[in-house]
Design a protein around this ligand. Structure first.
Ligand code: NAD
Ligand code: WQD
Length: 344
């Protein structure tokens, strides 16, 4: 029998790509999502790609009884991948309580239900934001956690601690914390991708919306940083590569291969790319000229960060594979498809 995996936030950007890879790897997936930042038709699109329509429950992770009903309905869930969270950094500064409640209470509900229903392990979506501006680059998992720059970032730090404390207290579950760097791109089918809400705050959706004419011009936030071309540097990780990291991680938990009950992995490419380099790569791979302008720095931006992904490479046997050019092309095809569908 196929092993059952519950994916919270499974209709979202990273979640939907992960559901595809889980199904391709032979897992049975149950998605829980309240659709606060995603669309129900994502479930159909996953079905179109994989030939299997995953089970979908429109449930809010804040609703303990609703969530418990899912565990009871789908007996024998083995593992959980917990994506469901609010993720807009700027909004979290405006509405901290919404972020603390949604991101923290959701996790607490899940951690309480797991042992009750015999669920063995959880994979948690953490972020490189926990490192702030690292003292050494590339950053390893041992780097100190810096004071969070936003309530959103703080929820990731607190959630990591909640998981560690819960396991330390004797909970029989295992956990893998995946610290993602900057996920970008879309499924090569252009059936799944990122759906930003309102004016995008992140680089790639703003860039592709500019390229297609929804936005007039991309603002590059600063060219006076202490980097080779003066713009910020990030580790842009292809979303399908990122999705595959979850498959090997869940496998590791279910095969009981973990060296410790809580493990943490950086999920990045190991390559730092500047904002200006990325714009060049986009123009080269798509043949589309981008209208952009250098403006002042954005408050709270980290100057440069990229991963040392060696632990994930060696221990998980996972490695980022997609080229930056192919990844940017996939983001562009997704933007074109959104227009065809009349969405954005
Ligand atoms: P997303 O907004 O596309 O997906 C999150 C999904 O969770 C959405 O479908 C939303 O409707 C759902 N959701 C939110 N709150 C919920 C709740 N209370 N109950 C049920 N469903 C709920 O975001 P994403 O980019 O796919 O991010 C997934 C996870 O990865 C998040 O935890 C995010 O913080 C983390 N992460 C994202 C990035 C990034 O740059 N995208 C980087 C690092 C970490
Ligand atoms: C990337 C670079 C901007 C928009 C955020 C969160 C982080 C993580 C990923 C979840 C920066 C520059 C951007 C624009 C620009 N999420 N930029 N013009 O800031 O690295 O990380 O998302 O955990 O927590 O903080 O990503 O895509 O916003 O920015 O020049 O219009 O692009 O200054 O250097 P960031 P981003």
């Amino acid at each position: 029998m196929k092993e059952r995996i519950l994916v919270t936030g499974g209709t979202g950007y990273i979640g939907s790509h992960t559901v595809v890879e889980l199904q391709n790897a032979g897992y049975e997936v149950i998605i829980v999502d309240n659709l606060s930042n995603s669309r129900a038709d994502v479930v159909d699109n996953i079905g179109q790609i994989t030939g299997i329509r995953p089970a979908f429950e429109q449930v809010d992770c804040l609703d303990y009884a609703g969530l418990e009903a899912v565990f009871a309905k789908y007996e024998g869930i083995k593992g959980i991948i917990h994506f469901a969270a609010s993720k807009a950094v700027g909004e979290s500064v405006q509405k901290p309580l919404l972020y603390y409640r949604n991101n923290i209470v959701s996790l607490i509900n899940i951690l309480e239900l797991m042992p009750k229903y015999g669920v063995e392990g959880i994979i948690f979506s953490s972020s490189c934001t926990v490192y702030g501006q690292p003292d050494q680059l590339p950053v390893t998992e041992e780097a100190p956690i810096k004071k969070a720059e936003s309530p959103y970032g703080n929820t990731k730090q607190i959630n990591e601690e909640i998981i560690r404390d819960t396991i330390h207290s004797g909970s029989p579950i295992s956990a893998i914390l995946l610290r993602y760097f900057n996920p970008i791109g879309a499924h090569p089918s252009a059936l799944l991708g990122e759906l930003p809400n309102g004016v995008p705050q992140n680089l790639i959706p703003y860039l592709t919306q500019t390229a297609i004419g929804i936005r007039e011009k991309l603002s590059v936030f600063g060219d006076d940083y202490n980097t080779p071309d003066g713009s910020c540097i990030r580790d842009f990780i292809n979303v399908v590569d990122l999705a595959k990291a979850h498959v090997v991680a869940i496998h590791r938990i279910l095969e009981k291969k973990q060296a410790e009950q809580v493990e943490v992995f950086n999920i990045g490419t190991g390559r730092g790319v500047s904002v200006l380099e990325l714009i060049n790569a986009f123009e080269k791979s798509t043949g589309v000229k981008l209208n952009y302008q250098i403006v002042g720095r954005r408050a709270g931006d980290i100057e440069q960060v990229w991963a040392n992904p060696e632990r994930a490479n060696k221990v998980l046997g996972w490695k980022a594979e997609a080229s930056l050019e192919d990844t940017l092309l996939s983001a562009w095809k997704w933007q074109l498809r959104l227009r065809e569908r009349g969405i954005q």
